[in-house]
Ligand binder design. Structure first.
Ligand code: CO8
Length: 258
């Protein structure tokens, strides 16, 4: 497995756990870290034995407190443009299901990174926020768009225009957190959920993810078309035959990703 400076990548059978590993800086996302993350996710995405990826932050205080303000503070618009946004696009295109395990602060780019994932498990002490306005900018890695689509216009406005954080409970009440667990339990719970997904046929998981994400990018009729074509496509898989046969024969299915 590749060596990284700012992240850790570990395997637990079919699960990969990726840890943002700058705990002294509250896992602030510098350009190198985000690029390492994109590289690691792409490597794991290519590995058929990886069925689900869990993303978490090192230390008790933060998932990630946002982009690295010290690194960004003297950058020009062009340096920002060429410096790192391509890595965020690469993360957006990962096919393997991604689960964010959030304890403590998920601020700025940290909140946006959690929202790049497909599910979010949060510790009861998790705090989500887009505080960029307090330092003179706005969210830049999808915060205004992804929040507005789930959290709604009015709460998103409050978050983006005041910069004040919301609790895990508030996020869960509005559908931005799957479940809240006692402090410190977020990673265990995320791995537990990942293990359930890892048992499912991976091609169905991939096309299920693709279809759900299409809901955020298309009209209803285009989205329905994508869903239907993906549904038909799965009838070409051995796993579909196995899944249905196992149901009829009243036994557990054995999926091979084919
Ligand atoms: N960048 C750099 N360093 C940070 C960051 C950060 N975002 N957050 C915390 N740190 C550092 C602190 O400077 C401090 O370092 P040092 O010990 O050397 O002084 C250390 O981490 C611990 O932080 P604090 O002492 O501040 O810890 P507190 O518990 O007192 O406060 C907070 C925790 C409330 C989270 C506080 O650290 C804070 O407000 N952090 C900044 C949050 C923020 O503004 N985030 C948004 C950044 S902008 C952004 O994310 C835009 C994303 C655009 C897309 C990405 C493009 C690449």
């Amino acid at each position: 497995m590749a060596e990284y400076q700012y992240i850790l990548v570990e395997r637990d059978e079919a699960i990969a756990v990726v840890t943002l590993n700058r705990p002294k800086e509250l896992n602030a996302l510098n350009f190198t870290l985000v690029s390492e993350l994109a590289n690691a996710f792409e490597d794991l995405d290519r590995d058929e034995s990886v069925r689900c990826i869990v993303l978490t932050g090192a230390g008790e205080k933060a998932f990630a407190a946002g982009a690295d303000i010290k690194e960004m503070s003297d950058k020009s618009p062009i340096e920002m443009m060429v410096g790192g946004f391509e890595a965020w696009e690469r993360i957006r295109r990962i096919h393997t299901p991604l689960i964010a395990a959030v304890g403590g602060y998920a601020f700025g780019g940290g909140c946006e990174l959690a929202m790049h994932c497909d599910m979010i498990i949060a510790s009861e002490n998790a705090r989500f926020g887009q505080p960029e306005i307090k330092i003179g900018v706005i969210p830049g890695a999808g915060g205004t768009q992804r929040l507005a689509r789930t959290f709604g216009k009015f709460r998103t406005m409050e978050m983006v225009l005041t910069g004040e954080p919301f609790t895990a409970q508030e996020m869960a009440a509005h559908g931005l957190v799957n479940r809240i667990v006692p402090k410190g339990e977020h990673l265990n719970e995320a791995v537990k959920l990942a293990k359930v997904i890892a048992q499912r046929p991976p091609l169905a998981a991939r096309l299920g993810k693709e279809s759900v994400l299409a809901a955020f990018e298309t009209s209803l009729s285009e989205g329905l078309e994508i869903e239907r074509k993906n549904f038909f496509l799965l009838f070409a898989t051995e796993d579909m035959r196995e899944g249905m046969r196992a149901f009829i024969e009243k036994r557990n299915p054995e999926f091979h990703g084919r």
